[in-house]
Unconditional design. Structure first.
Length: 425
């Protein structure tokens, strides 16, 4: 039977959502100090946020638990039994600071960034830098000037960089005024491999003393052109879109910055988070509810749709859309009397299933397409010769395809040299 969450409970809950209209609480994991000491022999600080780390190939679900404060520096690694909902404590990984949020990038990146305390911590979860998902290893432990509440990290689509944000005033104060230090309303971009600062963006419009403001919850638009477009919800500064493609010189693309909720006195509210998903921006507004925005700008023309999204857990790298060259060779075989062509490319998708136009050239006349063939699995086509005493060449037409998480690629048009077919004797 469904049961309520106990008042004052510190820890994690597991819900069965097989019926989305009637979710059922099936388990809880007490992470209070008393429970953690008695059960696992470590200090407990509860749970503020939980980052899911699914291992789909193994049908396993891990959690990186973040507590945001107290004496618990680092994250807890736990595993959820997906059949029963039972939770096992695996270990605590120290981070030199208490983690508020942890962003994870799986696939071939295998990195995690804990934002919290006076800066951030980068972990390796596998690959050349070592570590595993169950036992991540430390790469960088970096404090950031004027930061006391590190809050947010978000990876770029290639997993090479991340944007870090903090929460001066805990999100409940007016900390984006022009009299505040500029660093209070700044996003910072860092290199994952080295932990070095790449650039920063400062909120363009200072906010009033009546508005609580922090650059808060964010994600990157999944684009296929290599651009880094960040979407951010910033309490009463509203929703902003920032182009971080030139890391050292990010620029504002657009914003929805409403007036103060109360024009007479300070009050709290605003955009808790704004996330991009499949063509729209979804804003959770604390005092008003749910807002949906659409961005009319060419910077998102190459945004792709995803089958699912978790802003904190990137499952797959989104590589850039790419173009690749091809070559086509044409020759004549007298026995049997056939014109043949072969398409080759460093990318095999450009060979098989490629449309090839066979064109005839006669003196004083424009080339004429005499046949259009589709290449076989070896990238070849052939045509029985019916028109002798002319020159022929082949044109491999442009081909669009998808690869790696439905990422589009283009096989560029290619043309062969001419081959002479003698007249019949």
């Amino acid at each position: 039977m469904p049961r309520p969450v106990l008042q004052g409970f510190e820890g994690l809950h597991v819900f069965d959502i097989s019926d989305p209209t009637d979710p059922e609480l099936i388990n809880e994991f007490d992470m209070s100090n008393a429970a953690m000491l008695a059960r696992d022999g470590v200090i407990g600080c509860g749970s503020h946020t939980a980052t899911l780390v699914p291992l789909l190939d193994e049908d396993r679900l891990l959690i990186y638990n973040n507590h945001s404060g107290g004496n618990c520096a680092g994250i807890e690694v736990l595993e959820v039994n997906t059949d029963t909902g039972e939770i096992d404590f695996l270990r605590r990984e120290g981070a030199g600071r208490s983690c508020h949020d942890t962003a994870v990038f799986l696939d071939d990146v295998m990195k995690a960034v804990c934002a919290g305390g006076n800066g951030f911590h980068v972990f390796s979860m596998g690959g050349p830098e070592g570590g595993t998902i169950e036992n991540p290893t430390s790469l960088h432990n970096i404090p950031v000037q004027d930061v006391s509440i590190g809050h947010t990290a978000a990876f770029t689509n290639d997993g090479k960089y991340f944007v870090f944000g903090h929460e001066p005033g805990g999100g409940t104060q007016a900390q984006c005024e022009d009299t505040d230090p500029e660093r209070f309303y700044t996003f910072f971009m860092y290199d994952v491999a080295t932990g070095t600062l790449q650039g920063k963006w400062v909120l363009d419009i200072p906010q009033s003393a009546l508005e609580n403001c922090t650059l808060h919850n964010i994600n990157f638009v999944p684009t296929t052109d290599g651009s880094d477009i960040l979407v951010s919800g910033n309490y009463q500064a509203g929703t902003w879109v920032i182009d971080f493609t030139d890391h050292a010189n990010p620029v504002t693309v657009g914003y929805a910055d409403p007036p103060p909720l109360n024009p007479e006195a300070f009050s709290s509210g605003g955009a808790w988070s704004t996330y991009w998903y499949n063509g729209f921006m979804y804003e959770s507004e604390i005092s008003k509810g749910f807002h949906v925005f659409e961005l009319d700008d060419e910077v998102v023309d190459n945004a792709m749709e995803l089958p699912y999204l978790n802003p904190q857990t990137t499952m797959q790298r989104i590589p850039e859309a790419f173009e690749t060259e091809s070559e086509v060779r044409t020759w004549y075989e007298s026995r049997p009397q056939k014109i043949k062509a072969e398409v080759t490319s460093e990318y095999t998708e450009c060979e098989a299933g490629r449309q090839v136009a066979i064109r005839r050239v006669r003196a004083g006349k424009s080339p004429k397409t005499v046949a259009v063939k589709t290449t076989n699995n070896a990238g070849r086509v052939q045509l029985k010769n019916q028109w002798r005493g002319a020159k022929y060449f082949s044109v491999a037409r442009t081909k669009q395809f998808t690869d790696q998480f439905d990422n589009p690629g283009t096989c560029l048009k290619a043309q062969s040299a001419r081959v002479h077919v003698p007249k019949a004797r």
